[in-house]
Design a binder for this molecule. Structure first.
Ligand SMILES: [Fe+2]
Ligand SMILES: [Fe+2]
Length: 217
């Protein structure tokens, strides 16, 4: 596959994932594209050039790593397994080589730190790192999820997000830590400032914030 063909195929996959994110069946909401997938791709690119990983395998994996659960929440629990199988079904017929298809499949299968599945390639580590790093720029979405999805108060939500970011930080490889440091520091600074937290949340869910603030006064 030459460069031009590659670019066309990548944008086809990007459009396919984006479309799934904007469908009403996606329970995570459209934010999963803007605040998560796009950033996993961006951080994946940074990590590829820093580590010498194959940028195509990392980019394809970043785009497809959560695709199964975006399409169907019923697949969420094992979305790493379903996602790896789905990637093979998509990429093989598109003309990608066995090396690329197998590389992507392994990255998706091992992207979740909680699953403790051994990562055998540098690309798999890049994707897992980029996935964790994306949390540092997704603070509004995470706060919103804690407030609405979990029904927490503003204070509980802030503590929950801080703990989640800390877990993500601790999972990172040394190279990713170096790249992620300013993003992590900015997120922690924001979450430790009550006024900033309110400023972040208000445009999203004004009524929820008012309700939870009243409950805690
Ligand atoms: Fe995932
Ligand atoms: Fe993810």
């Amino acid at each position: 596959m030459n460069r031009v063909e590659n670019k066309i195929k990548l944008s086809e996959i990007e459009n396919m994932v984006k479309e799934a994110c904007y469908k009403p069946t996606n329970v995570f909401g459209t934010g999963i594209w803007e605040h998560h997938i796009k950033w996993v791709v961006k951080f994946g690119r940074m990590l590829s050039s820093e580590t010498g990983a194959d940028p195509l395998i990392v980019e394809l994996s970043a785009l497809l790593h959560d695709y199964a659960s975006i399409k169907s929440f019923a697949l969420y629990t094992n979305h790493h397994v379903h996602g790896a199988q789905e990637a093979e079904r998509i990429l093989g017929p598109m003309g990608y080589s066995t090396r690329v298809v197998e590389g992507v499949s392994h990255c998706i299968l091992t992207h979740r730190g909680s699953m403790k599945l051994g990562r055998k390639t540098i690309e798999a580590q890049c994707v897992a790192d980029a996935d964790a790093m994306a949390h540092f720029v997704g603070v509004p979405s995470l706060l919103n999820y804690a407030l609405e999805g979990k029904g927490y108060s503003v204070q509980e939500s802030t503590a929950w997000v801080l703990a989640k970011l800390k877990r993500s930080w601790n999972k990172l490889s040394p190279v990713a830590m170096k790249l992620a440091k300013p993003y992590y520091a900015a997120a922690v600074r924001l979450l430790n400032d009550e006024d900033q937290v309110t400023d972040v949340i208000l445009p999203y869910k004004e009524t929820v914030v008012k309700r939870t603030l009243q409950m805690t006064i």
